[in-house]
Write a protein that binds this ligand. Structure first.
Ligand code: AMP
Length: 277
């Protein structure tokens, strides 16, 4: 892979890279199509990264289907699919991890303490293998995008981060490989999450609800009313770069990120909405 990338770079080609954990859906395809549009060579990686799962999470159950993914990659114009073996990435004597502090301790990081260390480690390794000019990530994982942005800046990586908006089902549910765990009824109910986030946006922009404690209470109420089978883990109102909590939006100017996580049975879903105030 490094030889192919090196050759491409030497011949003046721009490499666009889309890292994924596979079981691809239209959200991944949107990133590949954007990469196809903006780069000469498009490379996608498919790797379910054990380092970003904690022992009680779904690493073993995570859906995998390489052939299906391979055909999707082809149809989205991907030139190379990088599909390494776990032992190749993490041999028995693997000891090195990279961590972004502060940003990884809030939101998702609070409930998944080792998660982002695993993410930044694999992404940096993949960057070193693929040597991309552009790296494509989804706003669906807003904190992940912010953490990678920070890693690129702090470690002076010569890579341009491109973040694409979340692709959704018709009912608003964010596309996710984990949606395969949901029943048809749960998929319908879980659409309440995005509706609730939109309601939050409306309350801020139209009703001028600036006290974020009150705002979060309203969003929670909306979810409990419209999706009684959900179990909300957190809602947070932050800025989109440093992910710092905003307690009152009255004098705040800039991007407002409302993010949440909720369980449907054992399935954990995340979603967010980003808007300008
Ligand atoms: P994953 O395979 O879940 O690790 O996701 C790989 C990349 O696709 C990440 O940058 C995600 O943020 C992005 N992604 C996942 N779901 C969506 C979606 N519904 N819309 C846009 N991007 C997404």
């Amino acid at each position: 892979m490094q030889d192919i990338s090196e050759f491409s770079r030497r011949t003046g080609k721009k490499i666009g890279f889309v890292p994924t954990m596979g079981y691809l859906h239209e959200g991944h395809c949107a990133l590949m199509i954007k990469a196809r549009d903006e780069s000469d060579i498009v490379i996608t990686s498919i790797f379910v990264n054990p380092a970003q799962f904690s022992p009680n999470e779904d690493y073993n159950d995570y859906p995998r289907d390489f052939l299906r993914d391979y055909h999707i990659c082809k149809s989205c114009g991907v030139d190379y699919v990088f599909y390494p073996d776990t032992k190749e990435i993490y041999p028995n004597d693997y000891y090195t991890y990279v961590n972004v502090n502060a940003l990884t301790e809030t939101l998702e990081g609070k409930y998944r303490p080792e998660h982002f260390k695993g993410v930044t480690t694999i992404v940096l390794k993949l960057f070193n293998i693929i040597k991309p000019h552009f790296a494509y990530f989804g706003q669906k994982d807003a904190q992940q995008a912010a953490v990678i942005r920070k890693m690129i800046k702090d470690l002076n990586l010569d890579i341009k981060l491109k973040v694409s908006e979340t692709v959704r089902e018709v009912n608003g549910l964010a596309k996710s490989s984990r949606n395969t765990y949901l029943t048809a009824e749960q998929k319908e109910e879980a659409s309440a999450l995005y509706k609730a986030l939109n309601e939050g946006k409306r309350l801020v922009l139209k009703e001028k609800m600036y006290d974020t404690k009150e705002l979060k209470k309203e969003i929670k109420k909306f979810i409990e009313t419209n999706s009684p089978d959900s179990s909300l883990q957190y809602i947070a109102v932050t800025d989109n770069n440093n992910l710092e909590k905003i307690s009152n939006l009255k004098d705040y100017k800039g991007g407002v990120l409302i993010s949440l996580a909720a369980y449907y049975g054992k399935t954990r879903l995340i979603d967010n909405i980003l808007f300008e105030k």
